[in-house]
Design a protein around this ligand. Structure first.
Ligand SMILES: Cc1cc2nc3c(=O)[nH]c(=O)nc-3n(C[C@H](O)[C@H](O)[C@H](O)COP(=O)(O)OP(=O)(O)OC[C@H]3O[C@@H](n4cnc5c(N)ncnc54)[C@H](O)[C@@H]3O)c2cc1C
Length: 503
């Protein structure tokens, strides 16, 4: 077999999704890691920039190209790109091999099994995949001894293509650090080697939890300050196989608690949510929009006339927990699920009543793990656009109490908002309440060194609760939408403890 690993970066850098430096760096580190691994076995990664069909056309002119392999990208926004490559293969009698490996199950098969429509609730999804059966196990490592590499001689490229010869930087793609980007506090490093190292550490955490008698440790005990252990960016960029992650946890559980014939979905629920959102977006190119999206409720969100959206983006709302999260997002590129919930709720139905589409756009640019369908699905959920009584405003997150609960000593806030580092913890979550002498002592005057809060969250959330109730009453026949199956599921998703409401 002769193998030329080509990668068309263009695919991930389409104009509709802007990337910031952190995310691009993660992607480039991942490519560098592939190149390093290939070097060890006598190969090399070639990276071209250009329209994929032009790239393959050029390659097929240079070599006898007889097979193109790629991973299925089930999201509708990539269909046009992939269909063009498939058509090119057909016209040029090139074998085209598309594998499903980014998801546990083939989302198209899930829809087909569910009668040709997306399973609209998580329970329906679980039922459908149980009919299909457990996801395939990951394939083993490649036996490199059977691979024969070809050599690329000097190429003369057409003007519409570019081939990169060396280690790439975000600047090579016109992506520069933004002024507001301070030095990263948490360094996420892209690549399979790093992902496998994290997986080992993560499995240890899972094992400890299983032995102590609980599961979903990341959900049960959210850690905002610990070292990076999330797998989401690695999954997003294909550095870690989702099947390996899934089966490692399932096998670990079976080893500890005795083997079971069927996988226990409770211990890998989050991975199933990922599947659910991917499947929901199949065939719906308006999935990330409100108006044209058939599964999304049209909510009359407020126009951003007061500049609140920009203040939210810059971490200047005057609510320290919200601001710390937003600053971490821009600085590091990753925030914990509970933190995502907090800022998403604050922007939308919780406090500011601004459309989730604006929040999604910002997340897609800055999150390392940004996934079009997963991110949009979560935004619809949190904002109640996947309309559901259980997710109404009585379950909104209070930007004060929620922060106090998750960060009781204020270490997280102080890490990302240095202006507040001398604030006594008593006033840290609502600094506007601190008497002037406390503010002076802490060297941070509210309204001068740290912003005044932009709204009164209690008044705003009360108004929003009323808006939401009115909308619910008007909608006698809500459209089909992704929604929780019951209250327990909603609480698990939002990671609320069983008996808690923040307001
Ligand atoms: C508004 C909002 C936007 C989000 N955008 C994204 C996104 O673009 N990409 C993304 O991967 N996750 C997104 N999430 C889901 C979740 O926050 C992250 O997957 C999670 O924080 C990753 O951390 P972890 O790897 O430690 O998660 P764990 O709890 O360890 O979960 C393991 C894996 O399951 C998947 N997962 C976990 N929670 C969810 C969820 N709610 N929905 C779908 N998949 C999930 C992720 O791939 C994750 O790596 C979003 C959540 C919210 C509330």
């Amino acid at each position: 077999m002769c193998l030329y690993p080509f990668l068309y970066l263009m695919a991930k850098v389409q104009e509709q999704i802007l990337l910031d430096t952190n995310r691009m760096k993660f992607l480039l580190e991942s490519l560098q890691d592939i190149d390093n691994n290939l070097h060890r076995v006598g190969g090399k990664l070639y990276i071209f920039r250009g329209n994929p069909v032009d790239v393959f056309h050029f390659i097929s002119e240079q070599f006898n190209l007889h097979k193109i392999c790629f991973e299925q990208d089930c999201e509708p926004i990539w269909q046009e790109r992939d269909n063009a490559v498939k058509q090119f293969c057909l016209e040029n009698k090139i074998e085209c091999c598309e594998k499903v490996s980014h998801t546990l199950w083939d989302p198209h098969l899930v829809q087909k099994t569910n009668g040709g429509v997306p399973p609209l609730t998580f329970q329906m999804f679980l039922h459908t995949v149980s009919v299909i059966g457990p996801p395939p196990r990951p394939v083993g490592d490649i036996n490199w001894s059977s691979v024969e590499f070809g050599t690329l001689t000097q190429l003369s490229l057409p003007h519409n293509l570019h081939m990169f010869q060396q280690l790439l930087m975000p600047e090579d793609f016109g992506i520069y650090p933004e002024v507001k980007n301070r030095d990263r506090i948490v360094h996420w490093i892209g690549g399979e080697r790093q992902a496998l190292k994290h997986l080992k550490e993560r499995l240890k955490v899972e094992e400890d939890a299983f032995r102590e008698g609980y599961y979903l440790p990341n959900q049960a005990r959210p850690d905002l300050l610990g070292p990076p252990s999330s797998q989401s960016a690695a999954l997003r960029f294909g550095c870690l196989s989702v099947r390996r992650f899934y089966w490692s946890i399932q096998d670990l559980f079976s080893n500890i608690h005795g083997s079971s014939q069927v996988p226990n979905h409770n211990i890998t629920t989050q991975l199933i949510w990922r599947e659910f959102f991917y499947t929901m977006s199949v065939g719906n190119k308006y999935y990330a929009e409100m108006e044209r999206n058939p599964i999304c409720l049209s909510i009359p969100w407020k126009e951003n006339t007061k500049g609140h959206l920009e203040l939210w983006e810059q971490g200047k709302t005057g609510y320290p927990f919200v601001d710390a999260v937003m600053r971490q997002l821009v600085q590091d590129g990753w925030i914990h699920h509970v933190a995502r919930n907090a800022v998403a709720c604050f922007l939308t139905r919780g406090v500011l009543w601004i459309s989730w589409e604006a929040g999604l756009k910002f997340f897609l640019k800055y999150l390392l793990d940004a996934d079009w369908s997963v991110c949009a699905g979560n935004w619809m959920w949190v904002s109640s656009s996947a309309f559901e009584q259980l997710l109404d405003c009585s379950h909104c997150m209070c930007p004060v109490n929620y922060g106090r609960r998750l960060d009781p000593w204020g270490e997280y806030i102080k890490r990302y908002i240095p202006e507040l580092r001398n604030y006594p913890v008593e006033y840290l979550y609502e600094p506007w309440k601190a008497p002037l002498h406390v503010q002076e002592q802490a060297d941070c005057i509210v309204g001068q060194d740290y912003p005044q809060r932009i709204v009164d969250h209690l008044k705003a959330s009360e108004k929003n609760r009323q808006y939401m109730e009115d909308i619910r009453n008007q909608l006698m026949n809500p459209p089909p939408h992704c929604c929780p199956s019951n209250e327990k599921e909603a609480r698990q998703f939002m990671r609320f403890p069983d008996n808690c409401s923040d307001h």
